[in-house]
Design a binder for this molecule. Structure first.
Ligand SMILES: NC(=O)c1ccc[n+]([C@@H]2O[C@H](COP(=O)([O-])OP(=O)(O)OC[C@H]3O[C@@H](n4cnc5c(N)ncnc54)[C@H](O)[C@@H]3O)[C@@H](O)[C@H]2O)c1
Ligand SMILES: CC(C)(O)[C@@H](O)C(=O)O
Ligand SMILES: [Mg+2]
Ligand SMILES: [Mg+2]
Length: 351
């Protein structure tokens, strides 16, 4: 493992240099990787692994839209695309990429195919960490491993095609065969990760649930709405409010942060902006800190898992979710966003 200094803390991580793709191919050459579920992570990981020369098959319900999507992506029924049980039987490594609620529902089925020496792979520590609630307890004679890409399966695929990659965490819950660790790292490289950092299942799920409820999705949407509302209440147009809240952030400032960091972005704005941002940054941190602490507590106590399992397992879950997403879609801020995006130069019809 490479020792890298992360802001003064030295961590051991796996880089693509020390564990190149050829090594991953060698480790996985006799394996059949069965990807169970073809939702968001499934396609990203499956297609990247296939393009990297790994032997991959898909397990997906036949009467589903994603079965058709898998065919459109080049998976062939009866050759590389199977019903879930058949794929689970054929796979030596079972990548369990159903939704977390789906993993609970299908567990009694999948468990039957976990014969000694196989590996069970997750991209989330959820099922194992909250085992009292999920009932997911694998047999002792299989490897239980995790690779969790830090981002959407859509980005995992897009970045791979662009010659880039998301970073991933990896973890070993059980190494029954003695090959579990190498299998996990090889799969992490195979799915197209940038570098891999080690974690455990509990830390993975705690950080992941905190991140997506926090700055990655929940907090950012909340802060956007709050600022947008303030501007609108004070007479600013939707165009002005949206540009000043979202469009400038995604189009101008975050790409600069991605390239060179927040410090560099600050250093390259006006002195007026620097003064104000430095003055207000602490206020926002202090105002949100208690919310983040409450969120982490809710994750660590299992409350978030309980709520997710309960609501995501209800028969009318999809209908209710779609109604909530429609409200978000129809809200003025995101409707204004749609109009703003349509006016981007690259979205204008060519003259
Ligand atoms: N979405 C992401 O980008 C992302 C990122 C990192 C980790 N993860 C993790 O990866 C795993 C998969 O997430 P996802 O977002 O790709 O899942 P998803 O919600 O897109 O669902 C994946 C598949 O599960 C199937 N499914 C759901 N319930 C089922 C059931 N009862 N029976 C049979 N099939 C069922 C669906 O048909 C779909 O093909 C999860 O553990 C998630 O936490 C997801
Ligand atoms: C893409 C995310 C938010 O990182 C993932 O954690 C998910 O659950 O979809
Ligand atoms: Mg998540
Ligand atoms: Mg995540």
């Amino acid at each position: 493992m490479a020792k890298i200094n992360f802001g003064g803390v030295v961590e051991e991580v796996v880089t693509r240099e020390e564990f190149p793709l050829d090594k991953a191919r060698e480790v996985l050459k006799d394996e059949t990787v069965a990807i169970i579920g073809y939702g968001v992570q499934g396609p990203g990981q499956a297609l990247n692994l296939r393009d990297n020369g790994i032997n991959v098959i898909i397990g997906q319900r036949k009467d589903s839209k994603t079965w058709d999507k898998a065919i459109a992506d080049g998976w062939v029924p009866g050759v590389t695309l199977f019903e879930i049980e058949e794929a689970a039987e054929k796979g030596t490594i079972i990548q369990y990429l159903l939704s977390d609620a789906g993993q609970i529902a299908l567990w009694p089925t999948i468990k039957k195919y976990l014969t000694p020496g196989k590996a069970l792979y997750f991209s989330h520590g959820f099922g194992i960490t909250y085992k009292e609630q999920t009932g997911i307890i694998p047999p002792a004679d299989v490897d239980v491993i995790l690779v969790a890409p830090k981002g959407s399966g859509t980005s995992l695929r897009r970045l791979f095609l662009a010659g880039k990659g998301l970073n991933s965490s990896f973890a070993i819950h059980q190494d029954a065969t003695g090959k579990g660790r190498t299998r996990a790292i090889a799969l992490g490289i195979g799915v197209g990760s940038g570098y891999l950092f080690e974690t455990d299942f509990r830390k993975e799920v705690y950080s992941d649930l905190t991140g997506e409820r926090g700055t990655l999705m929940g907090a950012i949407a909340g802060i956007f709405e709050a600022q947008y509302n303030t501007l609108r209440r004070n007479g600013h147009s939707p165009s002005e409010a949206f540009n000043e809240t979202v469009e400038e952030l995604t189009q101008s400032l975050m790409p600069l942060v991605a390239e060179n960091g927040m410090d560099w972005m600050y250093a390259n704005c006006s002195t007026t902006a620097q003064r104000g941002a430095l003055d207000w940054k602490g206020r926002f941190r202090d105002a949100t800190q208690p919310v983040f602490d409450e969120l982490y507590e809710s994750v660590a106590s299992g409350k978030e898992a309980e709520r997710t399992i309960k609501l995501n397992s209800q028969p009318d879950y999809r209908v209710k979710l779609e109604a909530e997403l429609k409200t978000l879609h129809d809200s003025e801020i995101w409707q204004a966003g749609q109009a703003v995006r349509s006016l981007r130069p690259e979205n204008q019809p060519e003259k």
